[in-house]
Write a protein of this length. Sequence first.
Lengths: 82, 137
Amino acid sequence: MIEIYLFLIAVAVILSMYRFFRGPTTADRIVAVDIMTTLTTGLMVLFALYYRRAIFLDVALVYAVLAFVGVIAFARYMEGGL
Amino acid sequence: MSIASIIGQALVLFGTFFYAISSLGLIRMPDVYNRMQTATKSATLGSLGVIMGVGIWAVGDVGSYSWIPKTLIIAVFLLLTNPIAAHALIRAAYKSGVPLWEGSIMDRYKEVESSLKRVEEIKEKLEEPLQEVEINE
């Protein structure tokens, strides 16, 4: 049953990858990366249940923190403050 | 199938539905600002559903209550940081000069900036005669 959810979230990640490759401006691509990291955090949490290992939840938490920092850094760079 | 598994699966299905909506909005919308608007909100709600759903599902499936605090921490962290990242990103996009969609009706940020400039101009005009008077003395 859990494989269906994993497949659906992977399809959503691939659909947002379309905007990453197609996007006309830089902001479009960074928006797509932001959404892809959020979806990947959910995917990692589902993988933790799929393999029955609670340690993968910590991986998901660290990934969320690093994605937040990366998006903020990209935003500062686009604004011209970095 | 225990009750916790059923509730968790329903929450995960809810979150997956909103994930699909967020990626669809990312493709469908015409503008950076509209894309960010649709995608961030639904992705935040969807990740809340998926992550808390996994925590509740693990009670019935793995048989351990220790998953709930960790999933709660991840969910609260995403709920706090996702809007901040979206706000910073879209502010940077506006300041770097990404144009609005041609069907946009209003631009509040521009209106506020122009009205603030007008207030400063009026202030300068009010201060000028006072300075002249001081110089004449």
